[in-house]
Design a protein around this ligand. Structure first.
Ligand code: DLL
Length: 432
């Protein structure tokens, strides 16, 4: 399979024409089939037939996770269940999950999206892909699975966990593409080292990482440990799962599948639409889905969209690494901090490992921030003066970068919880 040059190298005006056409079809479809959207569009005074430009999108009200919850499980489906061939749900741990259905055509569209991402990382039919995301309601595993099969790779659906076995399979089956979260790639490399395996000696050549954010520094660390090219891909279950955007080998930002998903960036506070190049919350309208179309869905992910030439030749809109979720942004003593900023600082310091956790507390009425991070060499913990020195160095670097005083607690190797899925970076004890 080769990539879809017609779409991926289209001019902006060709794409916009296609987007408008698909948007109008989507609006007509949801207006007809989903009472929730009909009411919303009526109240905005927007009949689908009156949409004549992409600018009209701004007149459509946002859809939020709360709307999805209130229509649980199937009220936003735009086709009868007899046409739905797959059901997934969000990985949220609190409350009811959000439920997403796919028709056969939706699954084909999803595979196409993911196949593009695989091809742009340099993957293809001669690859052996080990999928170390959890199979189940989570979209990560099956999403990558179908896209990798579509390009003809040999897929190993191992799922997440049992890390020793993961390494054995990698070695024995000759895995060339590793698919997992960045946290799990990191953790697997530690377990490999414990077992006397140098991950660089394994046949893996590409790591397709997604499902959670990771900084450039963490990306470089994973590439160094594994001796691979590690690309990032992004998506969310409400929209499709993985396949919304992903990096090519040049890693100049994630190519956005804009012929399927129409993105906007808004100011998360006011909802005002921002220009390309400005940072804000990503909002997505699906324009090629049958079962579960979403209009102007607020992802809560903070990023930037931009357009410039990429050496790979693709002209698609690109998306910067996600800085964090708007609801993960910490406001400590009036300073805004994203966990990713802490990660960037920690990974540039020697002597400490990439395992960290941000612990929030309260002293009186004031929020406190502690950064717990593991040492590479546990003997530092035994020499108090040395321990204090390293803690002070890390705290000073965090202070100068974040503009915020925080306490650093160095921990012994292995003290911070490992994960085969998405890492829990923030522990909030403020209301404990
Ligand atoms: O995590 C879908 C996915 C799976 C994407 C595997 C890529 C690979 P959810 O469980 O619904 O779906 O979580 C979606 O995870 O809104 C982001 O906050 C975060 N996220 C996913 N990928 C990235 C990424 C899947 N590359 C939520 N960078 C999203 C930053 C990411 N955050």
């Amino acid at each position: 399979m080769i990539w879809n040059r017609k779409i991926e190298c289209a001019t902006q005006s060709e794409i916009e024409k296609l987007q408008l056409d698909k948007l109008r079809k989507t609006l007509a479809h949801v207006y007809d089939k989903v009472p929730f959207y009909r009411t919303r569009l009526d109240s905005a005074g927007l009949a689908p037939g009156n949409v004549t430009s992409l600018k009209d999108l701004e007149r459509i009200p946002f859809t939020t996770k709360e709307d999805l919850r209130q229509n649980y499980p199937y009220d936003l489906f735009a086709v009868p269940l007899s046409k739905v061939v797959r059901i997934h749900a969000s990985s949220g741990t609190t409350g009811k999950p959000t439920v997403v259905g796919y028709t056969r055509a939706d699954l084909d569209m999803w595979s196409e999206c993911v196949a593009r991402l695989v091809l742009m990382t340099g993957g293809g039919e001669s690859d052996i892909a080990q999928i170390s995301f959890g199979y189940g309601l989570f979209t990560g595993a099956l999403g990558l699975h179908n896209g990798l099969e579509k390009v003809g790779a040999s897929v190993i659906p191992i799922s997440s966990g049992n890390t020793e076995r993961q390494l054995m399979v990698m070695q024995d089956f000759g895995t060339t593409i590793l698919v997992c979260t960045p946290s799990y790639a990191l953790y697997m490399s530690d377990v490999a080292a414990e077992q006397g395996i140098n991950p660089r000696d394994l046949p893996v050549r590409i790591a397709m990482l997604g499902g959670e954010g990771h900084t450039l520094e963490m990306n470089a660390e994973i590439e160094r440990r594994w001796g691979v090219i590690a690309t990032e891909n992004y998506g969310l279950s409400e929209i499709v799962g993985p396949g919304v955007s992903g990096e090519c080998v040049h890693k100049t930002g994630q190519h956005f599948n804009e012929d399927f998903f129409l993105p906007e960036i808004i100011d998360p506070q006011t909802g005002r639409v921002l220009h390309e190049g400005e940072e804000g919350e990503l909002v997505i309208t699906t324009i090629d889905k049958e079962a579960f179309p979403l209009l102007r869905y607020r992802t809560k992910d903070i990023t930037t969209l931009f357009r410039d030439t990429c050496p790979c030749g693709r002209t698609s809109l690109r998306m910067a690494r996600v800085k964090g979720r708007s609801d993960d942004m910490l406001i400590i003593k009036g300073v805004n901090v994203y966990p990713s900023q802490v990660e960037s600082v920690l990974l540039t310091m020697s002597g400490i490992s990439p395992y960290y956790q941000i612990v929030l507390g309260k002293k009186g009425f004031v929020d406190t921030l502690e950064v717990h991070v593991e040492l590479v060499d546990p003997s530092v913990l035994e020499v108090y003066s040395e321990l204090e020195k390293v803690e002070r160095q890390v705290a000073a670097k965090l202070h100068s970068t974040l503009g915020l005083e925080c306490k650093v607690r160095l921990r012994e190797p292995g003290a911070i919880e490992r994960t085969a899925g998405k890492a829990k970076r923030v522990v909030d004890n403020r209301n404990a």
